[in-house]
Design a protein around this ligand. Structure first.
Ligand SMILES: [Mn+2]
Length: 194
């Protein structure tokens, strides 16, 4: 069955820097927009004067496009120490893979509950949140991520949220892929939201 959601936008990357502009656009249209990010990295490592895939989130925060309490990071497993300090100093909610593992049963419920507090919701999926065994076609391979089945489960739950207004899926690199397995998973994840 095809479930068409009114006023729902899908952005496909490209690298993660696209979320900077895409979230900005969605949050201008929809008030109090939460941002749930599935990513192995916090993307708060500021190196440049313009947003790139390593620091776009820091830019959104520093430019006050988003409040700290509107952000939920899931799947972190190779952060820079400075990034963790930044997240802690700014009281940004983040969950490492270890955190996810420690309360697997309730974790998805916890995220769903937090998401309901936002008037609208944007979900950003960096494919590197998935274990490289399932998604090798990306820039930074970080072992110990979600299985494809686990991430599909999250998507199937999160898409039920009535306030969901946009998603993006980023960082798929077909040149590094093996038998299109990463592209196929990315297509599957997007299709699950429809
Ligand atoms: Mn990222």
């Amino acid at each position: 069955m095809i479930h068409l959601i009114e006023d729902f936008t899908v952005f496909v990357g490209g690298d993660h820097s696209i979320t900077y502009a895409c979230f900005k656009a969605i949050s201008m249209k929809h008030k109090n927009c939460g941002l749930v990010i599935f990513d192995a990295h916090p993307d708060c490592y500021k190196n440049f004067n313009y947003p790139v895939h390593e620091d776009w989130l820091k830019f959104l925060i520093e430019e006050k496009v988003i409040r700290n309490d509107q952000i939920i990071l899931i799947g972190i497993r190779n952060p820079d120490i400075k990034e963790i300090e930044f997240l802690k100093d700014n009281k940004i909610k983040f969950f490492t893979m270890k955190n996810v593992d420690s309360n697997k049963e309730d974790f998805c419920d916890l995220i769903m509950e937090s998401c309901r507090n936002f008037e609208s919701l944007y979900i950003s999926i960096d494919i590197d949140v998935v274990d490289p065994a399932f998604a090798p076609g990306t820039g930074y391979l970080e072992p110990g991520g979600f299985s494809s089945r686990e991430l599909i489960h999250y998507v199937q739950r999160l898409k039920l949220l009535k306030n969901l207004r946009a998603i993006d899926l980023v960082e798929v690199n077909p040149k590094k892929d093996i038998n299109n397995m990463t592209s196929k998973l990315a297509a599957r994840l997007i299709a699950e939201f429809m």
